[in-house]
Design a protein around this ligand. Structure first.
Ligand code: ADP
Ligand code: MN
Ligand code: MN
Ligand code: MN
Length: 385
């Protein structure tokens, strides 16, 4: 493939196994997909379902990825409450031991399915162990309690999800094989050949999110070539994590069809290349009210006091990203400022001007769990459950 190509692979391609570092758990997995014939598939997708509905149960796995499997329902549903609990083999996903392998999946939110369309749905689930406690990787349960307890504050979040598209060999999509494109500069919000990569995948994902009812608020190409961002929000309370997780599922699922891999690694390429974050924009009744800047200042004090606790749940490998360079603050030191992209937290210029609004926590890494991020912010600002 030419080095500056902007075209992703939509044809039938057989991939050979890529050479990846097996110790690097957050990098992409082997891509052994043999793409079959999409035109043939269309013929079957058009077949009548005889009133039955396909429900794709989606859950978060042990590695910050998503898994899913399908259940046939006898009729269409309009809410997650109407859906049965289900289970899966947790020993196959690293979520349970082999001698007690059942993990239960409980539907919590449903979305229209952009792949199967019609009455078919995507079902976001929480994972529960057989002893009735939340699975180790179920961070939603705790976050939902916090959101419920402090619901009267009306917390709004807006997440900026950055990610990198990789080819089947694990190298950023469109980059010269084993080499590097020109230095950063032309790529951020880039337009034109050689300045932007994989726009087709990004557009497909955007449309899929809109169809599914994800509260996606925009997209942009990022500073590093083959890196992109989309924003989800503002969403209130637990809905933030729900929408972001389903948007991640859609991204993996769409990219699968194009033969690309999604990396949420916070620093996919070491050196003079930007890392990837999950900037977290936050407001509540107090910060949005007249004079809300006072509440924002008070929030900074509280956040400063728990910097270490926040960093602990802001994503794995974040130390490679939060260096104080490439538009980040240092991982060891909390700082904030108006319009400061080199701090832990940025107060947008407009908010300082209006004397109210929201703040942007720039610390979370792209691979952070949004339930943990939004949960600890509410806990730090308002106290526990
Ligand atoms: P940046 O300038 O940092 O790149 P973006 O435009 O990418 O910012 O993202 C801003 C995010 O902030 C969006 O997801 C938006 O929904 C969110 N946002 C806007 N207003 C608020 C608010 N009052 N409370 C919480 N989030 C907000
Ligand atoms: Mn942004
Ligand atoms: Mn960005
Ligand atoms: Mn931002």
């Amino acid at each position: 493939m030419a080095t500056s190509t902007i075209v992703s692979n939509t044809e039938n391609v057989r991939f050979s196994p890529p050479a990846l570092d097996p110790a690097d758990k957050t990098r992409s997995r082997d891509n052994l997909t043999t793409h079959s014939n999409t035109l043939q598939l269309l013929k079957y997708l058009a077949l009548d379902q005889k009133g039955k509905v396909m429900a794709e149960y989606v859950w978060i796995d042990a590695e910050g990825g998503v898994r899913s499997k399908t259940k046939t329902l006898s009729k269409a549903v309009t809410s997650a409450d109407e859906l049965p609990e289900w289970n899966f083999d947790g020993s196959s996903t690293g979520q349970a031991p082999g001698d007690n392998s059942d993990v239960y999946i409980r539907p919590v939110a449903i979305f229209p399915d952009p792949f199967r369309k019609g009455d078919n749905i995507l079902v976001l689930c929480e994972t529960w162990d057989s002893d009735g406690t939340p699975n180790k990787f179920n961070h939603r349960h705790e976050a939902a309690k916090l959101m419920e307890t402090h619901a009267d504050q009306h917390f709004w979040f807006g997440l900026e999800q950055e990610y990198t598209l990789l080819g089947s060999d694990g190298w950023p999509y469109g980059w010269p094989k084993g080499g590097f494109p020109g230095p950063q500069g032309p790529y951020y919000c880039g337009v034109g050949t050689g300045k932007v990569y994989c726009r087709d995948i990004v557009e497909a994902h955007y449309k899929a999110c809109l169809y599914a009812g994800i509260n996606i608020s925009g997209i942009n190409a990022e500073v590093m070539p083959a890196q992109w961002e989309y924003q989800v929000g503002p969403c209130e309370g637990i809905q933030m994590g729900d929408h972001l997780w389903m948007s991640r599922f859609l991204l993996h699922r769409v990219a699968e069809e194009f033969g690309a891999q999604i990396s949420f690694h916070p620093k996919p390429i070491p050196g003079d290349w930007n890392g990837a974050g999950l900037h977290t924009n936050v407001s509540n009744d107090a910060t949005r009210a007249e004079g809300g800047i006072k509440a924002i200042e008070a929030a900074m004090k509280k956040l400063e006091a728990r910097h270490v606790e926040h960093i602990a749940v802001y994503g794995e490998g974040n130390e490679a990203r939060l260096t104080g360079r490439h538009e980040t603050g240092s991982i060891d030191k909390f700082s904030y400022g108006v319009a400061d992209r080199g701090g832990s937290i940025r107060i947008p210029r407009q908010c300082a001007k209006d004397g109210k609004g929201y703040f942007e926590d720039r610390r979370p890494a792209s691979n952070a769990d949004p339930y943990q991020v939004t949960g600890i912010i509410v806990e730090t600002l308002c106290g526990g459950v």
